[in-house]
Structure formats: C-alpha cells, structure tokens
Design a protein around this ligand. Structure first.
Ligand SMILES: [Zn+2]
Length: 149
C-alpha cells in the first residue's frame, strides 16, 4: 500500500443496484456515482456493511476503516451514533466509517470475538489495527482512528 492520498481507493457496493464500485477516496466528498445506476454514494455518513459486503469492503479499502459494531436494542449504541456520524463527515476522503448491525451480520462479526457492544474497530490494510469496547464520545473515536491515518 504505497498509494498516495490522491490515489487511495475504496471498494463499495451500491446500496440500490448492488454493483461494486471502485472509487477514489479523495473524491468521496464529490458524491461519486455508481457506475451502473448513477446513484450517488453518500460518504459523509457511515456506510452500512453486512455479511455480503463486509469482507470485501474492509479488504479492499486503501484508507483506514472505522467500524461501529452495534445493535438496534443497544442503548449506548444510540448515544454514540451521532458521534459516529460526525466522524464520518469529518474524515471523509481520509477514512471510511461504517456500521455493522451485529444481529444481522453474524457471519461477518464472528471472527472478531465481539463480546460487548458497542465495539469500535479500526481496520488498516484489511487488518484490525485498534479496538475500543463500550460507548465512547467523539474524541474517543478520533483517538482510535487518528493513529491509523
Ligand atoms: Zn448502483
């Protein structure tokens, strides 16, 4: 991964037509469009990953990925959600922020031995780089992500 910031790429699946798109991370704020259906990919907010999209998105991202492992019934997750949104907007183009519903993506979640949610994991070059268990304020997420940039 010797790519410069300008050429780092992300692989994301269009949420509408399910086509995989390779996009330049530095252009994430320009609302890149799906090559097939033209739907804009909105990366100023967390992207949702599931069993079908998690592995490839993490493996092929050339920028760090911050993943919020959460569940609908988890109160602290709801408290933390706005911070996850803010980090996505702030780091657009430099990192990818994603959310995984642990009840709906059990196969994707299994390898990580997640025992409590929310759990935040930063992936770099496809591998776990840092982890924080429990709800954290925005600064906690930033502190987790920054060393991976
Ligand atoms: Zn599409």
């Amino acid at each position: 991964m010797e790519a410069t910031t300008d050429t780092k790429k992300l692989t994301l699946r269009c949420q509408f037509c399910e086509t995989w798109n390779r996009i330049e991370a530095s252009r994430a704020a320009d609302r890149p469009k799906c090559g097939k259906c033209g739907t804009p990919m909105l990366l100023d907010r967390p992207v949702k990953l599931d069993d079908e999209t998690f592995d490839r998105t993490i493996a092929e991202s050339e920028v760090p990925v911050l993943v919020d492992f959460h569940a609908d019934w988890c109160g602290p997750c709801k408290v933390m959600a706005p911070y996850v949104d803010e980090v996505a907007a702030q780091y657009i183009g430099r990192a990818l922020v994603a959310k995984v519903d642990t009840d709906r993506a059990q196969r994707a979640v299994a390898p990580f031995g997640i025992r409590g949610i929310p759990t935040s994991i930063v992936f770099k070059d496809g591998k776990e780089f840092a982890r924080k268990v429990g709800a954290v304020p925005k600064k906690g997420l930033v502190d987790l992500l920054e060393p991976a940039l």
